[in-house]
Design a protein around this ligand. Structure first.
Ligand code: PGA
Ligand code: ZN
Length: 421
């Protein structure tokens, strides 16, 4: 008997920053119901699909009650009775109803919530783990890149560079990799305290958000923390960066306000190249701004042996990724579901990355919920890497804990990944 979509409803809930976001519930013809919750970014790229907000007084304009209303009033009539198991056709209809290229009419938050809720309802109806419902190839447990020190928009602008992350790649299991991560996170906190840096809690993604004299000091402290926690920097645990450079790029210059200097693209590339020589860096995300294509080409020509990830650069958009290939920019893509707005488009970007020889990193947003959908998506996509944030906030741990379940109960193997391209 075919499973069809029978009903949809949506609700305004709160994300990990206390900002409104959507929960969507899908009902299928066999009576199954399931919900999905939608994430939300802060350091967003200009080319992302649009996140619709109500405007007005509530939550400073960020309410989504009206957006929630459109799920039943605008989308449901066009989706009712469609096969819930044909995600591609369902998402195509969603895109058609939404009606704009960047989902600015009714919002990518609405389309994504519907897309994910239907997939989860199908998995519940079939009584199979979500990653099996989503799978497009062999499932693969991802190696995490985990935020230990935070800056930029996620930590009150203490530093310009946004995430200083570790990649625990030299471990037989994800469980072992996470134990090492917790130890390094704790050690980093102790080092910061001991060094007299003000620490008032954790930033939006659970990393420490210290006031440091320079961005490089964070690289130095992170390397020390890996070693002091008892691990071999580079051999067991390496460093990844999310510079999020778009956020401090103005009028052709990268403004490192905390250091009182401005850099050109070329000087940014010099700085990153020097860091790659001095610290065990294996991955750099958004090392340059979203439309600095010439800079990206130079960065890629010089540092192509490092994983160079486009987040704001590509915004999970296949057309921009194809542009990147043409311009020889980056060699990896960050994959965020709500940057594009449906599951099918998200998985298509993963497939395109594989086809063109770019690696893919499935990623959460800085505003998250307790939904663990992303863990199953990462496994299903076969991307092999995931970026969720740190190990101290439950909206992050919902995903890590789901991955631990998948490792232990579904017998998925933890891949060895050393960042070598
Ligand atoms: P965002 O941050 O969700 O605030 O965009 C995450 C990232 O830049 O990777
Ligand atoms: Zn990023």
């Amino acid at each position: 008997m075919s499973l069809t979509l029978q009903n949809l409803r949506a609700l305004e809930i709160l994300d990990s920053r206390g900002r409104p976001t959507l929960a969507v519930e899908a009902w299928l013809s066999d009576g199954t119901r399931a919900t999905a919750q939608v994430p939300s970014g802060a350091s967003t790229g200009t080319h992302e699909a649009n996140e619709k907000r109500d405007g007005g007084e509530r939550y400073g304009g960020k309410g989504v009650r009206e957006v929630a209303g459109t799920v039943a009033s605008v989308f449901l009539p066009g989706l009712l009775g469609l096969s819930a198991e044909d995600q591609r056709a369902l998402d195509a209809r969603l895109i058609e109803i939404e009606g704009t290229a960047n989902k600015s009419r009714y919002g990518a938050n609405a389309t994504l919530g519907i897309s994910c809720a239907v997939a989860r309802a199908v998995s519940a109806s079939r009584r199979e783990p979500l990653f099996r419902t989503l799978a497009v190839g062999p499932p693969l447990l991802p190696v995490p890149m985990i935020n230990i020190l935070s800056g930029g928009l996620h930590a009150g602008g203490n530093l310009e560079f946004q995430d200083f992350l570790i990649v625990p790649h030299g471990f037989p299991t994800l469980a072992d990799a996470l134990e090492a991560t917790v130890r390094i996170h704790t050690t980093a906190g102790e080092i910061l305290r001991r060094s007299g840096y003000a620490l008032t809690g954790v930033a939006d993604e659970g990393g420490w958000g210290p006031l440091l004299p320079s961005n490089e000091e964070a690289m130095f402290l992170l390397t020390i923390a890996i070693a002091e926690a008892g691990y071999l920097p580079g051999a067991q645990v390496s460093i990844a960066l999310d510079v999020a450079a778009t956020q401090f790029y103005r009028e052709g210059k990268y403004h490192l306000a905390s250091e009182g200097r401005e850099l050109t693209s070329g000087q940014m590339v010099d700085l990153l190249a020097r860091w790659c020589g001095s610290y065990p860096v294996i991955s750099i995300e958004d090392g340059l701004a979203e439309d600095d294509w010439d800079g990206w080409a130079e960065l890629t020509a010089r540092l192509g042996s490092v994983q160079l990830v486009g987040d704001d650069l590509f915004t999970t958009n296949a057309a921009r990724l194809r542009d990147g290939v043409r311009r020889k920019a980056a060699n990896a893509v960050l994959v965020k579901m709500n940057q594009i707005g449906t599951l099918t488009e998200t998985l298509d970007v993963c497939a395109l990355a594989r086809e063109i020889g770019y690696s893919a990193v499935v990623s959460a947003r800085s505003g998250e919920t307790e939904d663990s959908f992303l863990a199953d998506l990462a496994v299903a996509s076969g991307a092999g890497q995931i970026k969720i944030g740190s190990v101290t906030r439950s909206e992050r741990l919902a995903k890590y804990n789901r991955l631990l379940e998948l490792e232990a109960w579904e017998g998925l193997a933890f891949p060895r990944y050393d960042g070598n391209r």
